[in-house]
Design a protein around this ligand. Structure first.
Ligand code: MN
Length: 221
């Protein structure tokens, strides 16, 4: 775990200026969030029960491509505008989008009543294969077994994927396991991670019609 990733976790609990809109009123689970720091300014609308519609502008073209795929394959609606200090590095922007998306997911989810809770996806893309497993447990953990050398896709450093996923897992309360079984193209491998994440989360967040309460014997998630 990098120092930067640890910073994401501690910063996540500091409560930077984020405000939430009413969610779940119409039965559609969604959240609106604004988050502003000295490094980034983020506006985000996220709907779990969406149609895969998106509008994403982070200033990082490959990251936009990944987040658009995430929305499309998760059938989430995502409106996201992030203005970050890209002249310093891409790190702050990528990590803070992970924090904001995680917070929005958690808000939209409410008390998690009726969800399937677990989701998993094996996802091939060309020569790459990724496995993603998620437990929407409200106890954060990231297991990330992805052996890619320090490649770049466009101006996007692939090591940023772990920072993004760590911030997302911490703030959404996910136990998230991501494994790259094999693959050589960093573009394919990273895209398979985002699509696999989308499919696994879509499954885990879905309402199970047979689940009338919380999917746990503890009484709370
Ligand atoms: Mn692509």
């Amino acid at each position: 775990m990098s120092e930067q990733a640890k910073r994401a976790a501690s910063e996540a609990s500091e409560g930077t200026s984020s405000k939430r809109a009413a969610s779940g009123v119409s039965g559609v689970r969604s959240a609106t969030l604004e988050r502003k720091t000295r490094e980034t300014e983020i506006r985000l609308d996220f709907t779990i029960d969406g149609a895969g519609e998106y509008s994403v502008e982070t200033g990082v073209p490959f990251f936009d491509h990944m987040l658009e795929s995430f929305a499309k394959h998760g059938l989430f609606d995502l409106r996201l505008s992030a203005k970050g200090d890209l002249t310093v590095d891409l790190h702050h922007t990528v990590e803070d989008v992970g924090i904001a998306l995680g917070q929005a997911l958690r808000q939209a989810l409410g008390d998690a009543r009726g969800i399937r809770r677990y989701g998993s996806q094996v996802l091939p893309m060309a020569e790459s294969k990724v496995e993603v497993a998620v437990d929407v447990s409200n106890r954060a953990y990231l297991l990330y077994r992805v052996n890619l050398t320090n490649d770049r896709v466009g101006n996007f450093d692939v090591s940023l994927v772990e920072d993004f996923l760590y911030a997302l897992a911490q703030n959404a309360g996910l136990d998230l396991h991501v494994t790259l079984a094999y693959g050589t193209s960093p573009h394919h491998a990273v895209e398979a991670i985002f699509k696999g994440l989308a499919r696994a989360l879509r499954q885990a967040l879905e309402i199970d019609p047979r689940q009338t309460g919380l999917p746990t014997v503890k009484g709370a998630l």
